[in-house]
Design a protein around this ligand. Structure first.
Ligand code: URA
Length: 220
């Protein structure tokens, strides 16, 4: 894999961002379609870029596209997306008003016969892909960036953090702005006991509610 770390943003994005954030985001998404910054593009169908209003007050960051997202080219449209949709609704957050993206833009997987097994991105892949995430944050300038799970937490915080010790409170992002860490929706899919699942769902909704409140407040 190419050992390329975070690089300064392309000046073009910075310039466009100031005058026309929508055009800057479009340009960024187009550039990302051809991304070969690490090797993950080789096994993926396409780059799955973020989607949502360019002036969204809240940004949600997931881990990486899954199998269905890789095929559809949109984030959170598979099973984890359905959990996320239910949690957003319970937290009284309109999905259409939120910008939704991932820390890693290609589906990391291992082909096994006809199936493709999900593989967790490693830290260098997250760090390389931060180039796109940082630019999305810089263009959208959300009032709150919510990291769903450990990969997203590393993406926004530039270091690995334990989820349980850090979840549910407003934190300062290293590049400026506010963030909040919570669990990834797919964590709920892995819980077998119904009561435990319900408790974890409620905690996710609580965290999203804290983010909603932060998004309603002016930038600090
Ligand atoms: N899981 C993620 O982290 N992101 C998606 O887009 C889908 C599943």
């Amino acid at each position: 894999m190419a050992a390329r770390g975070s690089e300064p943003e392309l000046p073009l994005f910075a310039e466009k961002r100031a005058n026309d954030p929508e055009a800057a985001l479009k340009l960024l998404a187009t550039e990302a379609q051809g991304c070969t910054r690490c090797d993950l593009y080789k096994n993926a169908t396409q780059t799955v870029f973020g989607e949502g209003p360019v002036d969204a007050r809240m940004m949600l960051v997931g881990e990486q596209p899954g199998d269905q997202e890789d095929l559809a080219g949109r984030p959170f449209v598979g099973p984890a997306g359905r959990v996320l949709d239910a949690a957003l609704e319970a937290a009284r957050i309109e999905r259409s008003g939120v910008y939704i993206t991932n820390a890693v833009k290609h589906f990391k997987n291992e082909p096994r016969g006809k199936r493709r097994l999900h593989k967790k991105p490693d830290t260098s892949e997250i760090d390389i892909c931060r180039f796109w995430l940082d630019n999305e944050i810089a263009i959208v300038r959300p009032r709150i960036v919510v990291a769903l799970g450990a990969t997203a937490a590393r993406g926004i915080m530039r270091k690995s953090l334990a989820i349980n010790a850090n979840r549910g409170r407003i934190i300062a992002l290293p590049g400026g702005g506010r963030g909040l860490i919570t669990v990834h929706p797919s964590y709920l899919l892995r819980i077998e006991e119904e009561r435990d699942k319900r408790r974890e769902f409620d905690l996710l909704v609580r965290d999203l509610g804290i983010a909603r409140e932060a998004a309603s407040r002016a930038r600090s």
